[in-house]
Design a protein around this ligand. Sequence first.
Ligand SMILES: Cc1cc2nc3c(=O)[nH]c(=O)nc-3n(C[C@H](O)[C@H](O)[C@H](O)COP(=O)(O)OP(=O)(O)OC[C@H]3O[C@@H](n4cnc5c(N)ncnc54)[C@H](O)[C@@H]3O)c2cc1C
Length: 388
Amino acid sequence: MIHNFDAIVLGAGAAGLMCAVEAGKRGRRVAVLERAERAGKKILISGGGRCNFTNIYCQPEHFISHNPHFAKSALARYTPSDFIALVEKHRIPYHEKTLGQLFCDRSAQEILSMLECECRAAGVQLFLNTAIDEVRRDTRFVVRAGKTEFHAPAVVVATGGLSIPKMGATGFGYELARQFGLAIHRTRPALVPLVLGDEDRERYCDLAGVAADVVACFGKQGFREKMLITHRGLSGPAILQISSYWNKPQPILIDLAPERNVTAVLRNSNSSRHLSAAKAAFRAVLPNRLADRWLELHTPANWTNAALEALELQAHQWAITPADTEGYDKAEVTAGGVDTDELSAKTLESREVRGLFFIGEVVDVTGHLGGFNFQWAWASGACAGSAL
Ligand SMILES: Cc1cc2nc3c(=O)[nH]c(=O)nc-3n(C[C@H](O)[C@H](O)[C@H](O)COP(=O)(O)OP(=O)(O)OC[C@H]3O[C@@H](n4cnc5c(N)ncnc54)[C@H](O)[C@@H]3O)c2cc1C
């Protein structure tokens, strides 16, 4: 059986649904083909089930790409305010949790229902349980799924990245890019917990569950947020953020006491230069168990000013070398992907293969934690949709 459309969108995730809505609203006949039995599975699990759907402070600096300028155009053309207007039109209650991060008050399901409702209103046809066997191009694109063929002059690849394979993530979008001769930047897990080597695990991981407010740094990047010790290593927002920049086997630097002078109280007194005073000073800044462990592992040889200064410095520059990341199984996103030099920044269309578009996570644009990845999905989807 052959279906004719104006555009075929591959993948009914955040980017694909947004793209289909925009194109459908402009009168295009759009098909969205989705392998899974339902659309938007990642939307449903996002933000702990409440979907951190955007960030009101979204700026191009919140994105990682080999070309840091690429995302600017799409992000300026479809802004957080545009998405918020849609959320408000559907009367979905939301709140700012922290740092500009907007979450649903009730459930991520409401964001998915909103997109599905917009798709229906725009006449978009959604084909679920549709695994794609082949995409080829003669005078138009032909997408084959079993015995069914979809024909259209445009195909939008919105099949996402490699994170969370048990939810069906595959390298399909990258394979398709390669098939059509587009370059790919090496992919890697991002926004992912870090695993410590055996020795460090022995030192710290029995403290699993302990969290502290830190600054985690790699190169010029630093994030001041919570760090969480896990059974296998480190996690929490500060660590997830820095994981997107980390290069194995280099160390990350952690400031355990940002903007605090922990040992000043010891240095300013001659009577409190001993271990229990040091413990009290560290306990004032860090959770007790972490403070005690830190001092066990970094007990100064003596209590001179020089030794106390060294102790202070160690706490602000804890250089720890992760053995690895937790990998795609636990990564919120995939960094790297389709080289942005291959695409128009305005429309996300391939420069060489006319009618072929790439949007969302499959592109080499990766947001920081905090609603930026969805904002990229909405923005890139909307820009492609308005070019179809
Ligand atoms: C646990 C978790 C929580 C997250 N929370 C947030 C958050 O709160 N805020 C935020 O901004 N970001 C969050 N993210 C990241 C965000 O979910 C992604 O950046 C976003 O979903 C990417 O959108 P996408 O449309 O490009 O890809 P996806 O949403 O992954 O959609 C891709 C779609 O393509 C389909 N597909 C794949 N291959 C094929 C194929 N061969 N044929 C047909 N269909 C195919 C998939 O089934 C899927 O439905 C989270 C991610 C995870 C894993």
